[in-house]
Design a protein around this ligand. Structure first.
Ligand SMILES: [Zn+2]
Length: 419
């Protein structure tokens, strides 16, 4: 693969916005079917330009105008903000205080750096295929809860381009949620609590909320391969003491005594888990009643860590899908949940690799499209690159929203017909 050089961006970005960015589907997404008049016009976009010049409150009459602007200014990064009461690019002309965010997708930002206390392979901005499992678990846990517990339908999951994932919940009703409702949803989805100074960040007691039970069921599927084998969290006295610190005092002595006799993390975990299950078997099993330390450890090491402020605030900006990550050059691509376990962040195309693919496919493209007009050919150029499957995932998401909008319209006209 051709390595990415940030200094090449001024050359690459014009190609990207002219021939690769999926303008069509992008406009259909943010237009939301044109159901609410001026919805697109009131949306804030922010651009990061060369030399970290940051321009907020950009807005456009329609997706075509946005496309032209992207091709003119070639931003290094695109952020999406809220839908406001007035056109964001005219916010200075509005009476102070009248300019307010009204709607936005409910968004989640999950970043690997928030797991630094529980991963041993990497820290801060670094990720590897081992710790990427944490993001897979996060998507599985949150997505399940969104659909089954919160009744949400249209979720777009996106790889951030570096070390995390974003989720955009796009249902009509959810986009109208107040900050208080959004905070309540994040609160519901939060089990790991407390900062760096808190040793035990998960506390479970009976009765067990179904959300905890279902989340543990998801985490359990990955726990052995990820935490016991991959991170080897019970591999040495130093690392198992971190785990034992989360287990009640009364069980620590026995485990500490038996751990050295066990072969590996998997066997040590069997022992710990067996001990906890015994306390839950009925009255008289444990000194202080049923204990869920095994679940607490699993959740503290693997449960998603959400940034509440990103989700709560309407005005908060989030990097757009199909924006380029200015540090890695990777495109923030939608995730196909059907193939999530096979997703490899290191295989995501960079702007450099895509432009290189275009060059290679160049001649062939000219021949194929002989008689067609120039803009048409350009609009389909991404299909000749490894960006194509990701655009397809995005299109499927947009099509599903359009289908359900049509269904809703039909349902309403049927209802009217009945009267
Ligand atoms: Zn790692």
């Amino acid at each position: 693969m051709v390595p990415f050089e940030p200094s090449a961006l001024p050359e690459l970005l014009p190609v990207f916005y002219r021939r690769l960015f999926p303008h069509g589907a992008y406009g259909r997404w943010l237009g939301y079917g044109g159901v609410v008049k001026n919805y697109f016009q009131m949306r804030e976009f922010s651009f990061t330009l060369r030399d970290d010049v940051y321009v907020r409150f950009q807005s456009f009459d329609n997706p075509q105008e946005l496309e032209r602007e992207l091709q003119k200014t070639n931003p290094y990064k695109i952020d999406i903000g809220a839908v406001y009461s007035h056109r964001p690019n005219q916010h200075n002309t509005v009476h102070l205080g009248a300019f307010q965010p009204q709607e936005k997708e409910l968004v989640f930002d999950i970043d690997m750096t928030d797991y630094d206390d529980v991963r041993t392979c990497c820290s801060s901005a670094d990720i590897c295929s081992k710790c990427w499992t944490l993001m897979t678990i996060a998507v599985r846990v949150i997505d399940r809860a969104l659909v089954e517990d919160l009744g949400v339908r249209h979720r777009l999951w996106v790889y951030s381009g570096r070390r995390g994932v974003h989720c955009w919940v796009c249902d009509d009703a959810v986009r109208r949620w107040s900050p208080a409702l959004r905070a309540a949803a994040v609160e519901y989805l939060t089990l790991v609590k407390g900062g760096a100074e808190t040793v035990k960040k998960v506390n479970i007691s009976e009765p067990i909320h179904p959300f905890i039970r279902r989340s543990v069921a998801v985490v359990e599927k990955f726990f052995e391969a990820y935490a016991l084998v991959g991170q080897d969290i019970l591999g040495s006295p130093e690392s198992w003491e971190k785990v034992l610190a989360l287990v009640p005092e009364e069980h620590r002595g026995m485990l500490r005594g038996e751990f050295p006799r066990k072969r590996d993390s998997v066997q040590r975990w069997e022992l710990l888990k067996g001990q906890m299950e015994w306390t839950r078997r009925g009255p008289g099993s444990g000194k202080s009643g049923p204990c869920y330390a095994d679940w607490e450890v699993m959740l503290q090491y693997c449960f998603p860590r959400l940034d509440i402020n990103v989700s709560k605030g309407l005005g908060h900006l989030l990097k757009s899908p199909f924006s380029v990550h200015p540090k890695t050059g990777r495109i923030s691509v939608p995730l196909d949940l059907q193939k999530l376990d096979r997703f490899d962040p290191f295989a995501v195309p960079t702007i450099t690799s895509l432009c290189h693919e275009l060059d290679t496919a160049g001649d062939e493209a000219e021949q194929d499209d002989g008689g067609e007009t120039e803009p048409k050919r350009r609009a389909r150029d991404y299909k000749r690159t490894s960006l194509a499957p990701y655009v397809r995932v995005f299109e499927q998401f947009v099509e599903e929203m359009e289908r359900s909008r049509r269904g809703e319209r039909l349902r309403r006209s049927d209802l009217q017909g009945d009267f």
